[in-house]
Design a protein around this ligand. Structure first.
Ligand code: GLV
Ligand code: MN
Ligand code: MN
Length: 500
């Protein structure tokens, strides 16, 4: 798949005009303004405060819900961890269950009907005026990486809840033209089972039944982990989780950018054009275990140094694919060219056995994560890695094996949904900042998202939110309070324009 070009100047101008038309069409309406004025003093004093602070402007800004409460909820979720010293919530862990219960309470506070499904996803749904209309799904994930930041995943859930809360408090939730369902997905990071999207793939109907039998490092299977939390999932009822595509209108997800582009250009929100494809491997290298003091260097079959050589090979291959990939007339130069812009490869986890300083290891295992916009190019890299890895292992007389743990092809976001999200982001920024010309750029995502799995079910669109230093998967991950506000306001503007 070719990478998508950035918006042309003309395209961006059309986009901006579109946003202006939506704003001029009347957000918020006069009726909304009257309802607002008639609302009881105590319940809505904070809304009025937000309004009065900005009374020179036309819009209600709801800072206490979209910003203060949302930030407080992100902080509260950020404390729900399986570890004392850092944030970690993996699939069906005690902290994940606690976080899911908290999110469910917040969903109930908004007046949503809630349930937890057979994959541990937490759902909250409002039917609007037509329960049989195709539903809008809004989601993100409640699990985290190890030593995580508190915005990855949580931001998308919390800002969607805030936006619906504003609609509920202003008596508009019941007037939505179609059902809206927020889903907090149980597993996007894939930390525990190495197979990402357990929750969203089940809903999209692309999770194989065999996923139930994948086990974690302690031998606990996905099925066992669910059972420990009183969720009885079988191969049969797993299939029932799949949503009927005819019952779904589309899916949107708000997520931190996890990269530096928005911060560099000084903008809080961007739309997402597409998401890079990804593959995760587990590489096992087996050699000859021995005494560190007695086996001469030229008589060793050391899997650690073989692993080191393979990892350095991977770095070279992904930094300069054109120097490694062979052309056979079929392997196109354009493929390699488009690869070099987006290809990234990472070894994030490595372990050795028996892992002692005075023992030549018998076995080393490590993970490989490969991502690129171009699916064929990613395959070419994986083929080349495997070929050259076996050459290294033969030369070093060790045994090498690759297990493919996860694959997801690149995804192109729906153009119309992206345009609607861009317009909503534009409207949100204009409301909050009161400035006329705020750009909403379109970005590619190198990170994986539940939207990838849900793209098998329905059209998907995403909004990215600026994060400090572009840092994510780290406790240093940070989103400004104002940008949390902008995210919730963008979801609100989207719901107001697309569904009211
Ligand atoms: C999820 O955050 C991923 O991209 O690995
Ligand atoms: Mn993540
Ligand atoms: Mn994420």
């Amino acid at each position: 798949m070719a990478s998508l070009p950035f918006h042309t100047f003309l395209g961006q101008t059309i986009l901006n005009l579109h946003a202006l038309i939506i704003i001029r069409k009347g957000l918020p309406s006069f009726c909304f303004f009257v309802v607002f004025l008639l609302t009881p003093t105590c319940a809505f004093s904070h809304i009025r405060q937000g309004f009065e602070e900005d009374k020179g402007r036309k819009y209600d800004l709801f800072p206490e819900i979209l910003m203060e409460e949302a930030v407080a909820r992100l902080n509260e979720l950020g404390e729900v961890s399986d570890a004392d010293e850092y944030l970690q919530r993996t699939f069906q862990s005690p902290a994940s269950i606690k976080a899911g219960n908290l999110i469910r309470l917040w969903m109930e506070d908004v007046g949503l009907k809630t349930w937890v499904d057979k994959m541990g996803n937490v759902h909250g749904r409002t039917e609007g005026i037509n329960p049989s209309a195709k539903a809008l799904l809004i989601g993100s994930h409640l699990d985290t990486v190890i030593d995580a930041g508190k915005f990855d995943g949580s931001l998308g859930i919390v800002c969607a809840l805030s936006a619906l809360k504003v609609l509920n408090m202003t008596n508009r939730m019941g007037r939505l033209r179609r059902p809206v369902e927020i889903i907090a997905f149980s597993d996007e990071e894939g930390v525990r089972f190495q197979s990402t999207f357990l929750g969203s793939a089940a809903i999209a109907g692309v999770l194989p039944a065999s996923a139930l039998h994948v086990h974690d490092k302690s031998g606990v299977t996905v099925q066992d982990a669910l059972r420990e939390n009183s969720i009885e999932t079988t191969e049969e009822n797993l299939l029932e989780l799949k949503y009927d595509p005819e019952s779904v209108w589309g899916y949107i997800e708000v997520h931190i950018e996890q990269g530096p582009v928005l911060e560099t250009i000084g903008l809080p929100l961007g739309s997402v054009k597409g998401i890079a494809g990804q593959t995760r491997l587990k590489v096992t290298v087996r050699g000859s275990q021995g005494h560190a003091g007695t086996v001469p260097m030229n008589m060793r079959q050391d899997p650690m140094v073989a692993a080191a050589e393979i990892i350095v090979l991977l770095e070279g291959l992904c930094k300069q694919p054109e120097q490694y990939l062979s052309y056979d007339g079929e392997c196109r130069a354009s493929e390699v060219q488009s690869l070099s812009g987006s290809l990234v490869c990472t070894v994030g986890e490595i372990s050795s056995w028996p892992s002692a300083s005075n023992v030549i290891p018998g076995q080393v295992t490590f993970t490989v994560d490969v991502r690129a916009i171009d699916d064929m190019g990613r395959e070419a890299v994986l083929y080349e890695l495997s070929k050259r890895m076996h050459q290294i292992c033969d030369r070093r007389s060790v045994f090498c094996k690759i297990d493919r743990k996860h694959d997801a092809n690149a995804v192109v976001c729906d153009k119309e949904l992206s345009l609607q999200l861009s317009s909503a982001a534009y409207a949100a920024l204009k409301r909050i900042k009161g400035e006329a010309a705020i750009d909403v750029p379109a970005l590619m995502s190198g990170a994986g998202h539940d939207a990838m799995a849900i793209s098998h079910l329905t059209k998907v669109g995403m909004l990215f939110v600026r994060c400090r230093g572009g840092i994510s998967h780290s406790p240093a991950e940070h989103v400004l309070d104002d940008d949390v506000w902008a995210s919730g306001m963008a979801v609100l503007a989207f719901l107001e324009t697309a569904l009211l």
